[in-house]
Design a protein around this ligand. Structure first.
Ligand code: 13P
Ligand code: ZN
Length: 275
């Protein structure tokens, strides 16, 4: 099958364009990766390119040995993914040690995978393990309202989670485990990949202060939906804070406990503190 005709490729491109249309991908901001299923690799195998040279990933991901990923290219604009996917996207293969990758398709005008490849692959490795292989999508976006909140809220998981939960009743049902927050770090390297990977052990969403957010999920829809829900909640919080510094009424800890019973979700008590 032609690579661009594969369903997962179509879904990848649609999600990237949905993110662009939300305004989360100025210039080359953000990146997306998908852990391709073995049967999907077989469908496209005869269209993969010659095996290129092995290049160090910069981190070790032994549990991803032999896996194939579709990822966005570094410096590529999300705006252009739908226009010219073969120039903006690539399929890479991981070696049997999980230390190197090689290009097998795409980036026809040159270039390499996203500079955030270490974080993407470390997140994939953690999520593959903790989800029993179900999670396949890692998405990084420059979500405007979440970024703005990192200038005014304390950079604590408990505070971000609780404030975001309070802004929309559906939030604790969509992300019952909460969100993790990392203080400002240099992007694009090993250190930030390790810190993000640690938080991905317990959260599906991690905020990078003054930068953006990473989300993980089983499918393109679920991962995009998670990013969208959190960013919308951040937008509501900013509107509320812009009107008045304190709320007249809100969803209370006991309301959240009732919600947990009604929707069969576990909401950790550490997020339900008295203010
Ligand atoms: P890339 O163009 O390398 O994907 O980088 C964009 C980005 O958002 C870095 O955090
Ligand atoms: Zn970024």
């Amino acid at each position: 099958m032609k690579i661009l005709d594969a369903k997962f490729v179509q879904d990848f491109i649609k999600m990237a364009d949905d993110g662009y249309q939300q305004g989360w991908h100025e210039r080359n901001g953000g990146n997306l990766s998908y852990r391709i299923k073995p049967e999907e690799v077989e469908i496209i195998r005869n269209r993969l390119d010659e095996k290129g040279e092995w290049i160090p990933i910069g981190v070790s991901v032994p549990d991803l040995a032999g896996e194939f990923f579709m990822v966005t290219g570094t410096g590529k604009y999300f705006r252009n993914i739908i226009v010219d996917p073969e120039a903006c996207l690539t399929i890479i293969e991981i070696d049997e040690k999980g230390e190197n990758y090689r290009k097998r398709w795409g980036l026809v005008e040159g270039g390499g995978p996203t500079s955030e490849l270490p974080t993407h692959l470390m997140n994939h490795e953690v999520k593959k393990r903790v989800s029993g292989g179900k999670h396949r999508v890692i998405y990084h976006a420059h979500t405007t309202n979440v970024i703005a909140l990192t200038f005014v809220l304390p950079l604590k998981d408990e505070i971000f989670t609780r404030e975001l939960w309070e802004m929309a009743t559906e939030c604790p049902i969509v992300f019952p485990d909460g969100v993790g927050v990392i203080g400002w770090m240099v992007p694009g390297g090993r250190e930030i990949a390790i810190e993000t990977g640690k938080l991905m052990e317990k959260y599906d969403a991690v905020i990078w202060a003054h930068h953006g957010m990473f989300c993980s999920g089983e499918s393109f829809d679920l991962t995009f939906g998670l990013m969208h829900t959190i960013e919308k909640s951040a937008e509501i919080l900013i509107k509320v804070l812009s009107m008045k510094p304190d709320k007249l009424q809100t969803i209370t800890p006991d309301n959240f406990r009732d919600l947990a019973v009604a929707f069969h979700v576990q909401l950790p008590e550490r997020f339900l503190y008295e203010k």
